[in-house]
Design a protein around this ligand. Structure first.
Ligand SMILES: [Zn+2]
Length: 302
């Protein structure tokens, strides 16, 4: 898509964005700078009223809007004018919580951290070395974020868990040797073993089942990276409570590829091509998905 068209769509989206009545989020307009952070119900940008020119038939506009999520999935790492940001006050919670999650993860170990419940995360902030105990205000923020409707900041996927305190039973999962990850004993483990047998030993498990605390940590790290832009964060990672990793989906990669396994580079590997040829590729987030999530060739649906 040409840059001009891309800009046209993103401004068009801003003209129709309809978020209202939420307490933790607000629209952020780049031309207004951070002044909008003060007002959680920031008004629509005045410039948007001139976007729809009289020469554009209505049908065209509707078609353009239908492409909305596909464009966002494709340009997931770009900023859009209707992206939703956390207020400065709430963003401080993100910064503090990320530090606590990192310390607890180091303390319990990466493998165990995948299965940790939110209640246990709270408890471990008391005992992990140099970690400040969780505060009541941080708990409230986590609850608020978990129960907030992520569709309001642009994530279109379904909820996969409904309670912040839900946990994964150890009896339901098996540790996959050398991976540091767990898979559900039934379909997930069977599927992974079958895929590995067919594709070969160079295919590895890069992420298995993830509890709510783990998804929280990943999402907050992403929100830190995007400086509080929740829409942008949710274009590359499901918010806590919306991840299919909680139900059994998993990620695969190629041995020795490191973080490149979570890049489009994976789609170029022989391992990925084998997966396609063998008919294993049942991708949850396809190239043109309408869920507003980037293309994830490494994520296998169970
Ligand atoms: Zn995944």
């Amino acid at each position: 898509m040409k840059r001009r068209d891309f800009l046209k769509y993103s401004t068009l989206l801003a003209a129709t964005g309809g978020l209202s009545g939420c307490s933790i989020l607000h629209k952020h307009f780049h031309d207004a700078g951070c002044k909008s952070c003060i007002d959680p119900f920031a008004k629509k940008s005045k410039t948007t009223s001139t976007i729809i020119t009289p020469t554009q038939p209505d049908e065209e506009i509707v078609k353009g809007l239908m492409k909305d999520e596909r464009i966002k999935s494709k340009y997931f790492s770009q900023d859009f004018t209707d992206d939703i940001f956390l207020s400065k006050e709430k963003y401080l919670f993100v910064q503090k919580l990320v530090v606590k999650f990192r310390k607890v993860q180091r303390y319990v170990g990466h493998g165990n951290f995948n299965l940790l419940s939110v209640d246990n995360f709270f408890l471990f902030t008391d005992v992990a070395p140099n970690c400040e105990p969780i505060t009541p205000a941080e708990k409230v923020f986590m609850e608020e974020l978990f129960y907030f409707d992520a569709h309001k900041y642009g994530f279109k996927g379904d909820k996969t868990s409904h309670k912040l305190t839900e946990s994964i039973s150890r009896r339901e999962v098996s540790k996959v040797p050398y991976s540091g990850h767990f898979l559900k004993k039934d379909q997930s483990l069977k599927l992974f073993q079958k895929v590995k047998n067919d594709v070969g030993d160079s295919l590895i498990l890069t992420s298995g089942i993830r509890g709510i605390a783990k998804q929280f940590h990943l999402f907050l790290e992403k929100a830190l990276e995007t400086k509080g832009n929740l829409s942008k964060a949710s274009r590359s990672l499901a918010p806590p409570g919306y991840s299919f990793h909680y139900l059994g989906d998993f990620d695969v990669g190629k041995k020795n590829m490191g973080m490149k396994n979570f890049d489009q580079d994976f789609a170029e590997t022989d391992e990925f091509k084998r997966l396609v040829d063998l008919g294993y590729i049942n991708i949850r987030y396809t190239q043109s998905n309408t869920l507003g999530v980037r293309f994830e060739p490494w994520h296998l649906k169970v």
